[in-house]
Design a protein around this ligand. Structure first.
Ligand SMILES: [Zn+2]
Length: 295
């Protein structure tokens, strides 16, 4: 049983199948994708994304599937009820009306520019402080509210990558060589790589923003950055651009946690960067403090 936060449009799969994905959440704040196949796709429609209510769906006989993360899917024995009348449903809707954060999350899902999968991943990401980062394990991402304080040398923001595999090429006997394709004299394309240090009140961390995300955040292409760098004073202009994007501003950083032992010299990869909503952060903080008090 869950609150329906978001309903996706119907998608045709193959010749005679279609499906619809919905994001559902319960009082644990965990969001999961439920895929409604064929006839089940009609139990909800995307007009629900524009109304104030949040429907409650009760489904049984679902399959638990895994494809880049766990999700639920309808099957032969599935039964689905939307807004049934029972005690459990009433307690879930009471919870929903009393939890402002639940409505904030619903609105975030409805306006999200990310894919449904990314929205769910971001939404389920535990919030931590940077001092806790070294000990985070067994989660896909963790999330911190932090400022960017130092941008590493802008001379290294561009690297040349093999145009076949997009891996960094090495210079070998004066030739550009792609070690993974094993080709000498590889055709290369410029790629972006931003290294920053971020901090909150508890500590700091080196992070790396990879090509696609870096292009998106800076609002320009790697080729443009490369050509600016080749102009006189280009280094300063790139530095200014990076500073205009990150300087003196807090963001919500969604980070890949350490895979092995934490190394403070290592630069950890950023999955997503989100604008921060301080009101929402305070609400989560209050919830965290309240849960500590109960223990
Ligand atoms: Zn290659």
């Amino acid at each position: 049983m869950g609150l329906v936060l978001y309903v996706s449009p119907i998608e045709n799969i193959g010749v005679d199948s279609f499906k619809r994905d919905v994001a559902i959440m319960d009082t644990t704040w965990t969001v999961i994708k439920l895929t409604l196949w064929n006839a089940f796709a009609h139990v909800l429609d995307e007009n629900l994304n524009h109304v104030e209510i949040c429907p409650i769906i009760v489904a049984c006989g679902l399959h638990v599937k895994s494809f880049y993360g766990t999700y639920l899917s309808t099957g032969y024995y599935t039964r689905i009820y939307v807004n049934p009348v029972n005690e459990k449903k009433t307690s879930l809707s009471t919870w929903y009306t009393s939890e402002k954060l639940a409505r904030i999350r619903r609105d975030w899902f409805r306006s999200s520019t990310f894919s449904l999968k990314s929205s769910i991943d971001i939404s389920n990401t535990p919030r931590i402080r940077l001092s806790q980062f070294p000990t985070v394990r067994n989660v896909q991402y963790c999330r911190v509210a932090a400022y960017a304080c130092r941008v590493d040398d802008v001379n290294n923001v561009i690297y040349e990558a093999c145009n076949r595999c997009l891996k960094k090429v090495a210079i070998f006997q004066g030739l550009l060589k792609c070690q993974s394709c094993n080709i000498n004299n590889t055709v290369t394309i410029p790629r972006l790589l931003l290294r920053l240090t971020i901090f909150d009140k508890s500590g700091n961390l080196k992070v790396t923003i990879l090509h696609d995300l870096a292009q998106y955040l800076l609002g320009c292409l790697a080729t443009e950055v490369k050509s600016v760098l080749q102009q006189p004073n280009g280094r300063n202009r790139v530095m200014e651009k990076v500073f205009a994007c990150f300087g003196n501003r807090a963001f919500s950083w969604v980070l890949h946690p350490p895979t092995g032992a934490f190394n403070p010299e290592h630069s950890y990869t950023v999955g997503y960067v989100l604008h921060i909503d301080w009101a929402e952060e305070c609400m989560w903080l209050n919830k965290y403090i309240a849960s500590k008090r109960r223990k």
